[in-house]
Design a protein around this ligand. Structure first.
Ligand code: NDP
Length: 445
């Protein structure tokens, strides 16, 4: 890391003690920015990097709700509005017991650069709660969402901040959140949330967008060497929204997806994942172990072990942060894996990225490879603003164009800064310069 950036990184660590995921995300970006600040002294004199590392606003609130037994339960809600230089704050809400300020900040920080890369007018934010939707009834999830929105509504709006889903927040939760926002504000403000249902302001392809987008990105990487998904063995971690639609598109393009997972283990299915069965199980909130049981012989459920032990050509981590470590990367390399693309946010540890670099595995970071989700959210906002709704094919082709242009922008930027084929440098530098230039133009904000 360049010397002047080390001082900024040390300040980030000191100002945000204990927030290790945020430190990791900040380090990864700052490590790429040496050549940029050397070339553009104006960024240093205006302290753009320091300002970028400090969220514009951080909101933490109490979320009380009652469970089905009438007992009072308590959770903590967060919204970190990180940067609005390019547009209203935009980023998902995560409901998971592991959520604390450091996770929300890492996600919000990543979101700034990801959103800039899409080329669409959206700033960066993230939010969520340590609430665990797993095992809760629909009525409990509704009461929680209503209580969460009772505070959050003050800070969001079509022109201010537009949340969406993430881990633990899907169509059901967005429905409850939107319904309560509408009720307490007396406004049918479609553009206040994305990921809405198709009959009430949602966009075609939003559900599929992150997973499809990741696979479109990989298809671009493959095309460079004259290859395609046809006949490639693919491993996808997770079995949630991103994973399911990554599996779907990889299969449509001719890939053989042989494994997927949840937090209790992975399934290995040599014949290829039966996606209809997996979707049916997940719609009923089942586990991948149920998949192994229902699918029968030939399928193994491995409880303790790493999904990255399964040999593949292409690995798509689509579950959660730091799920692919240095050892996993070594196993992937030894088994001949040639591409790792992140459907999840920051699923690879810094050591894993080092190992992949050394082994010649082509690596696409989440802020580029999974940007299709937020890009399609921005398309949902466009449709809401014009009271329009586009067809599936039209929206999917817009998504495909956006992923192609993100891919090309990463490569061109990396090349122009003397780091050819480095998608990490390309994504970080390209996202950063766009936001930094807007911040400079707007004066001291
Ligand atoms: P979901 O809640 O739909 O699914 C998450 C999946 O990951 C589940 O299968 C879950 O298993 C699994 N998982 C969670 N934690 C772990 C763990 N510690 N070990 C193994 N598996 C785990 O979330 P999404 O699919 O929406 O999000 C997945 C990732 O993609 C996240 O990193 C998210 O930030 C990122 N992302 C999502 C976008 C979106 O549009 N939804 C956009 C861009 C990025 P289990 O059920 O056991 O918890």
């Amino acid at each position: 890391m360049a010397e002047n950036l080390i001082a900024i990184f040390d300040e980030v660590v000191a100002r945000n003690p204990g927030e290790t995921e945020f430190h990791q995300a900040a380090r990864e970006v700052l490590e790429s920015l040496g050549p940029v600040v050397a070339k553009h002294p104006e960024y240093a004199s205006a302290e753009v990097v320091r300002r970028l590392c400090e969220p514009e606003r951080q909101i933490i609130f109490r979320v009380p709700w009652t469970d089905d037994q009438g007992r009072v339960q308590l959770n903590r809600g967060f919204r970190v509005e990180f940067n609005s230089a390019l547009g209203p704050y935009k980023g998902g809400l995560r409901f998971h017991p592991s959520v604390y300020l450091g996770i929300v900040k890492f996600l919000g920080f990543e979101q700034i650069f990801k959103n800039a890369l899409t080329g669409l007018p959206i700033g960066g934010a993230k939010g969520g709660s340590d609430f665990d939707p797993k095992g809760k009834s629909d009525a409990e999830v509704m009461r929680f969402c209503q209580s969460f929105m009772t505070e959050l509504y003050r800070y969001i709006g079509e022109y201010t901040d537009v949340p969406a889903g993430d881990i633990g927040v899907g169509g059901r939760e967005i429905g409850y959140l939107f319904g309560h926002f509408k009720r307490i504000t007396n406004r049918y403000e479609s553009g206040v949330l994305t990921g809405k249902g198709l009959t009430w302001g949602g966009s075609q392809v939003r559900t599929e967008a992150t997973g499809y987008g990741t696979v479109f990105f990989v298809a671009e990487m493959l095309a460079i060497t004259g290859e395609s998904f046809e006949g490639k063995r693919v491993v996808v971690s997770g079995s949630g929204n991103v994973a399911i639609y990554a599996i779907e598109k990889a299969q449509q393009l001719g890939g053989l997806v042989v494994a997927c997972s949840d937090s209790n283990g992975y399934v290995f299915d040599e014949a290829g994942i039966d996606l209809d069965l997996l979707k049916e199980i997940k719609e009923n909130r089942g586990r991948v172990s149920d998949y192994a049981q229902r699918r029968g012989s030939g399928v193994r459920h491995v409880k303790d072990g790493s999904i990255w032990d399964v040999p593949c050509d292409i690995a798509l981590p689509c579950a959660t942060q730091n799920e692919l470590n240095g050892n996993d990367a070594r196993h992937l390399a030894a088994a001949g894996c040639s591409i790792v693309a992140e459907g999840a946010n920051m699923p690879s540890t810094p050591e894993a990225i080092e190992v992949m670099r050394g082994a010649g595995i082509r690596f696409a970071p989440g802020k580029a490879a999974n940007a299709g989700g937020v890009a399609t959210s921005a398309l949902e906002m466009q449709q809401n603003a014009s009271r329009d709704s586009w067809s599936f094919d039209h929206t999917e082709s817009r998504l495909g164009e956006i992923m192609r242009s993100i891919h090309n922008r990463c490569l061109e930027t990396a090349e122009s800064y003397g780091q050819p084929n480095d998608y990490v440098a390309g994504a970080n530098i390209s996202g950063f310069t766009k936001v930094a230039d807007a911040m400079l133009a707007m004066g001291l904000i």
